[in-house]
Design a protein around this ligand. Sequence first.
Ligand code: BG6
Length: 479
Amino acid sequence: MKKINNDILLGCSISANQAEGAFDVNGKGLSIAELRRYNPDLDRKDINTERKMTKEKLQEALEDDGTYVYPKKFGVDFYNRYKEDVELIANMKNDCFRTSIAWTRIFPNGDETEPNLKGLEFYDNLIDELVKNKIEPIITISHYEMPYNLVEKYGGWKNPLIIDFYLNFAKTVLERYKDKVKYWIPFNEINAANYSVWAGAGLRDDEHPQILGLSMIALNNIFIANAKTIKLGRKINSNFKFGSMVATMLSYYENTDPQLVLKAEKDQQLKIYSFFDVLHRGEYPKYTLNLFKKFDLDLKLSEEDKKIMKENTCDFVGFSYYMSGVVTENEGGLTEGNLAKTGKNKYLKENDWGWQIDPIGLRILMNRLWDRYQKPLFILENGIGYDETLLNNKVEDDYRIEYIKAHLEQLQSAVEDGVECIGYTAWSLMDIISHGTSEMTKRYGFIYVDQDNFGNGTKKRIPKKSYEWFKKVCETREL
Ligand code: BG6
C-alpha cells in the first residue's frame, strides 16, 4: 500500500462562480460566468459547442426571459453556507482548500477605483473561518468570472486597459490577505483564453472570423497581467508563492508513424508548453512567435513588458489534470475533452461526457513538467464527473474513490521518480455547477448537494462514501 508524503498538501477545490450563487447581493456586479445558460437539450458528448458564446446567446442571457436558467447565478449557495461547508472541510481533515475571489464582488463593474467593502467582507469571513480551522487557503484571483461590464465596455482581455483593472483587483486582495494567504493563482487555466474564449478572455466566439488570432492578443495581455501581479505581490509579501495554472491534456501518439509522432509533439507544444513556457521561462517560445506572425498580429509587447515577464515567473507549476487524449488522423474517432476534442484511446475507460481516465498519464506529465521546469508542482484540479442520485440518503461512489486513489498513487510514484510536488486539491469539495455545461448533474464532489439542474432542491449537503475515504487518506496518508 502506498503512502502519500506528509509534506504534500491535500485538499479540495471549487470556484466562486460555480458555488457561491448570491449573484446580485451586497453590491455584486454581473460576471461573464452568470451569462452561461443550462441547455436541457445538451448533447453530453458535444460540450465544446455548448460552451461557445454567440451574439444571440449573449442577448438571450442578458434578457433572461425564463427560456433558460443561468445556474451560476444561484450556484449551490456557498455564499450563505460557507460556515457549514468549512466545517465539512475541517471534518474531512484537509490541509488546504482552493477557491476563487469573485472579481465582481470586489469591483462590480471592474473599472471602479475603490473596492466594494461588502464584497470583501464575505472573503474576510471565509478566509478567517479557514484559518481558524487550520486549513491553508489557496486563492485563485481570476477563475473564468470577469465583470461583464469589462466585456461590454472594453471588449474583454483583447483590450490592454483590462490589465490595470485586473491589477487594481489583484492588489486589493493581495494586500488585504497578505498575512493569511500564501499560495496565489493569478489565473485559472490560462490556456482557456485560446480554447474557451468567453470564459478565458471575455471574447465571443463569433466576434471575429480568426478568433484564435484575437484570443492570442488577449492572452498576451493576460500574461503581462500575470507577471505584473507577481511583481506587485512580491513587494507586498516576499513569502507569497504564485502559480498561474494551465489546463493539461497529455497527448499520446496513435502509432509509431514518425509523421504522427511529430504531430503529437506539436500538439503538446501548442496545448500546454506554449503556456507553461511563458509562465516559467518568462518568454514566448519561437513557435508561438511564429503563430503571431502567421496571424499577422501586433504583439504590443514593449521591452519593459518583456523584462517584467522574464523577471517575474511563477514559483510553482500549477495545473489541472483530468484526462489524456490521442493525436489521430481519424476525425471520426474523436471524443470530447476539457479543452478540445481529442482522439480515443482503446486502453482507457471514459465517463459519460467522454473524458478518458488515465492516472498513469498524470505520472508521465509530472515527470515531463519537472524535467522541463525544475519547479515544484501543484495539482490544483483532478476529479471525475458522474450523474449521481441519492439511494437511501447515500451515494456509494466507489468509482470516484477508484479514480482519485489511482491518481494519488501515480502522484506518489512520480514523487518517488524524483518529482517535487507541493500539493493536490481534488475537484471538487461538493457538487457544484459544471463549468462547461452549467448543469448540476455532472457531479464531482465528495459531498452530494441536493439540487437539480434548474436550482430546485434543499441544497442540503450529504457526504458521499468518497468523503469518508478521502478523510482517512488525509488522516493516515495511506491510500
Ligand atoms: C476546469 C475548470 O476546466 O475543469 C473548472 O477550472 C471546471 O472550473 C472543471 O469545473 C471541470 O469541468 P466541467 O466543465 O466538467 O465542470
